[in-house]
Design a protein around this ligand. Structure first.
Ligand SMILES: [Zn+2]
Length: 424
């Protein structure tokens, strides 16, 4: 039996927006001398150490894999957590990635990085597991989640995988969903065990987090937890943990595969070409695939996806951490098939971008267009020109092109022409 209601403990630091990154984008600390799968502890009581070792044994029983090297468990206070979380890159490492966050409506400023707050984190480089708070605050789910990360990194080739923003916007999100989703799924199995064979469980009841109370800049990162959980659960329906571990050796490449697990591993997004290099004074920056998850968030966060259009989690929805909307899925965004987001810079430092989104069919593209049109209309003022809006000293335009929707932004409407000769 799985008890999703108790899941996602890592997300819930006391009263704070919390998350954890399992070493993503974290500096590699000096590696400690290799041991043989032992847990060592700093500054904890003997009873806490014993509880953690019991949880680790259960993680192994559930997942079939174990910690392979000496791993340090250390408790830190919230001040140290905030210090560590402050510099983690949430909205991207490049101008293009930051522009993409602004294009999705998740940040206003390209400088607006928010950092993370977390309840626990695992540092693969030093094989150190950090837990925030006092021993009594740290429940078994959090321990199980972080110990699962240690197992993931020590028993697979995950540590060799680039999980930074350099992997690409959509690929990075998909890989992170594998990492976090597996740990979320393990948590669920752990809590299920506490309803059965496991004795002396130390569990707590997390309160709900509403997505609309989060800093929107964190919404993409949160997708790794809620969408990744369902991805891992879908893999487990194939051949149990064997399928989950196999995915660690052949990670998903796109959030399309995360959100529609039936696409994994064989179905890739379709390629969408970047526009040509524009003439001076414009220059082209990077092109990124933003992914199905981004299409969902752009529409959902703007309020143009009615709740009835999003797939509900089910009857027990009110038990869930994300009570009203759990998966980043809707019939509209499910029809995404690929995209290309290209950023441009003008010699005066102003930016523009073009996001070409490919859909399943011309009619799906039209549905996507209608939703983006509603979103753009709500966010900006119409101009005299057809399908061009203005907002915050910028212009945004929409064009439907058979199976593709083109969304573009520029500091003046004339620039749209330059981003792509085929734009209009
Ligand atoms: Zn985690």
């Amino acid at each position: 039996m799985q008890r999703l209601a108790r899941s996602r403990r890592e997300l819930l630091a006391t009263g704070a927006v919390a998350s954890a990154v399992a070493g993503c984008a974290l500096p590699r600390e000096d590696a400690s001398p290799a041991g043989r799968g032992e847990l060592t502890f700093e500054g904890v009581s003997a009873s806490f150490a014993e509880r953690a070792r019991t949880v680790a044994d259960r993680v192994t029983d559930l997942s079939g894999n174990a910690i392979a090297e000496e791993t340090t468990v250390r408790l830190i206070d919230p001040a140290e957590m905030r210090e560590r979380g402050r510099n983690w890159t949430v909205i991207g490492a490049t101008t293009t990635q930051r522009l993409a966050h602004r294009a999705l409506g998740l940040v206003e400023s390209l400088e607006a990085d928010v950092g993370f707050e977390f309840a626990g984190a695992y540092y693969p480089g030093s094989r150190t597991l950090l837990l925030v708070g006092d021993e009594d605050d740290i429940d078994d789910q959090l321990l199980a989640h972080e110990l699962c990360h240690a197992v993931q990194f020590q028993s697979t080739t995950l540590a060799d995988l680039d999980r930074s923003w350099a992997a690409g916007f959509d690929t990075q999100a998909a890989r992170q969903a594998l990492v976090e989703g597996t740990a979320q799924y393990l948590e669920d199995e752990y809590v299920g065990g506490c309803g059965g064979d496991f004795s002396n469980c130390h569990l707590s009841t997390p309160g709900p987090i509403a997505l609309d109370r989060l800093d929107p800049a964190l919404l993409l990162a949160y997708g790794a937890y809620c969408n990744g959980h369902d991805f891992a659960a879908a893999l487990a329906e194939r051949e149990g943990w064997r399928s989950i571990w196999a995915a660690h050796e052949n990670p998903p490449t796109s959030t399309g595969q995360i959100l529609r697990p039936e696409w994994y591993p064989d179905r890739e997004p379709v390629d969408v070409a970047a526009p040509d290099e524009p003439p001076a004074p414009w220059s082209r920056l990077d092109t990124e695939r933003l992914g199905m998850q981004s299409v969902f968030l752009a529409l959902w966060h703007a309020g143009v996806l009615p709740v009835v259009a999003a797939y509900p989690r089910g009857q027990s929805a009110e038990d869930e951490v994300f009570s009203d909307l759990v998966r980043y899925r809707s019939p509209v965004s499910d029809a995404w098939r690929g995209d290309a987001f290209t950023a441009f810079e003008r010699a005066d430092g102003r930016f523009g971008w073009r996001w070409r989104i490919r859909w399943a069919s011309p009619s799906a593209a039209e549905t996507g267009y209608e939703h983006f049109r509603e979103r753009t209309d709500a966010r900006g003022e119409p101009t005299d020109e057809s399908e061009v809006w203005t907002r915050d000293d910028r212009y945004e335009a929409l064009t439907l092109d058979d199976e593709a929707l083109v969304v573009a932004s520029a500091p003046d409407p004339e620039a749209f022409e330059l981003f792509s000769p085929a734009f209009r």
